[in-house]
Design a protein around this ligand. Structure first.
Ligand code: R5P
Length: 300
């Protein structure tokens, strides 16, 4: 197996390769002054099973194009199979038509990837349970929830004082799975409203009883507003300590500031998306999903 990395998350690709005991294979990625990218595979791949690791996070479109080009280059160079590991799948929140006249952007990027030659996809904590149905090639959907459960146990065992919190109604399925992993720890949910035009978030109602410690769990943090408003509401309801677990640190706009200034004590995310130095903040801790990805590659 040969593992290649796009430029979006090379540290994770290196860890995955290391976990599998293989060196990271070489690909040259050049950016022209006008923003176009040119890629070139620097190793012989004829007859090889190849893997490309690329998170399609910020800058989303550039990272998708780079992924497409690497897959195309591998195919043209004679690779036997090409598996794409997309730890964070960009456009996954655009998986249906919300308002008349919109595109289903996720469907477009997936069709393109498949047409170019990816024969299998590995993805982490997809936004909705329906997303695997968009793929006509096999997709292995892995999760960071077990990793979160282990960390939560190590912090709060015997778990009596904690309640799990979904910061929106769309996260209920995720929170139920985590609750089961944590001996049926109780969970509650916040009902949030987002203005699709401005992106502004409001937390309205909370369903369920709070406890001393609240553990908010989400699939991704983008602007950080969902976490900030949910934390405000939890404190109003009497919670004394809040910690947050979210798989994907999208961290757009002023997210680091919003999160650092929020009422949460600690924010745990994973390395599905590389967080550059300038986006790191005191309350942040990054857990690695490399083992989970390496394991799914070794059994598939
Ligand atoms: C929404 O459905 C997702 O699960 C996240 O809650 C959301 O994308 C977070 O976005 P933001 O950080 O911008 O509020």
């Amino acid at each position: 197996m040969k593992i290649f990395s796009g430029s979006s998350n090379q540290p994770l690709a290196e860890k995955v390769a290391n976990d599998l005991g293989v060196p990271l294979s070489q690909v040259e990625i050049h950016m022209f002054p006008d923003g176009e990218r040119r890629v070139r595979v620097l190793e012989k791949v004829v007859g090889e099973d190849c893997v490309v690791v690329q998170s399609t996070s910020i800058p989303v479109d550039h990272n998708y194009m780079e992924l497409y080009f690497i897959v195309d280059a591998l195919k043209r160079s004679g690779a036997r199979s090409i598996t794409t590991v997309i730890p964070y799948l960009g456009y996954q929140r655009q998986d249906h038509i919300f308002r008349e006249g919109e595109a289903v952007s996720l469907s477009v990027v997936i069709k393109t990837l498949e047409n170019i030659g990816a024969i299998k996809v590995i993805a982490v904590d997809l936004h909705s349970i329906k997303i695997p149905e968009f793929f006509s090639v096999p997709i292995i959907h892995v999760s960071a929830l077990e990793l979160f459960a282990q960390k939560i146990r190590s912090m709060f065992e015997p778990l009596e004082d904690i309640v799990l919190v979904s910061p929106d109604m769309g996260g209920i399925r995720r929170i139920k799975i985590l609750s089961e992993l944590l001996d049926n720890t109780p969970y509650i949910a916040v009902e949030k409203n987002r203005d699709l035009a401005t992106g502004e978030v409001e937390a309205h109602v909370m369903y369920g009883e709070v406890k001393k410690i609240a553990v908010i769990v989400d699939d991704m943090i983008s602007s950080g507003n969902t976490i900030a408003v949910a934390s405000d509401l939890l404190v109003k309801k009497g919670v004394e300590q809040i910690v947050v677990f979210a798989t994907h640190p999208v961290f757009s706009e002023h997210a680091p500031e919003v999160l650092q200034n929020s009422k949460a004590r600690k924010i745990y995310v994973t390395d599905t998306i590389f967080v550059p130095k300038e986006k790191r903040f005191k309350k942040l801790e990054i857990l690695s999903v490399s083992n989970i990805i390496a394991e799914s590659l070794s059994v598939s």
